[in-house]
Write a protein that binds this ligand. Structure first.
Ligand code: ZN
Length: 134
């Protein structure tokens, strides 16, 4: 793993949170994107070299909506950049980590992603992400 790629924050109302984070960073989101397959709306803020992803569920079935129902708004996941997500999934499995996704899938912000199950990572939801191959 190379570095923290972004931190994901689950929010109830992304329009309100966009205003809040715009004021916090003194800059608007550089990208907003609906990820239909995940039932989420996302927006991305840059803070220096770091990124913050806000996520709002678009249906009660969304993992984000379920997370907020259980735990309230707040930090949802930490994403780490990797060069070769397939190799990293294989390596982590062999180390005994539980994966939610055994194959990479399309994520927001031109990434392919996979999540580790928080049961094997001290309750922290971890996302692996790799730039989408050209
Ligand atoms: Zn993310």
């Amino acid at each position: 793993m190379k570095k923290i790629e972004h931190i994901g924050i689950a929010v109830n109302d992304i329009e309100n949170s966009n205003k809040l984070f715009h004021a916090l960073f003194n800059a608007p989101p550089y990208k907003q994107e609906v990820v239909v397959s995940e039932n989420v709306i996302t927006s991305f803020f840059a803070c220096g070299e770091n990124k913050i992803e806000l996520l709002q569920g678009t249906s009660p079935e969304s993992a984000i909506s379920k997370f907020i129902e259980k735990r309230g708004e707040g930090i949802h996941h930490i994403a780490f950049a990797v060069d070769d997500i397939v190799a990293e999934i294989k390596r982590l499995k062999s180390e005994g980590f539980e994966l939610i996704h055994h194959e990479p899938k399309a994520g927001a912000d031109n990434k392919i992603i996979a999540f580790l199950h928080p049961i094997s990572t001290n309750g922290v939801l971890i996302e692996l992400c790799q730039d989408k191959p050209e």
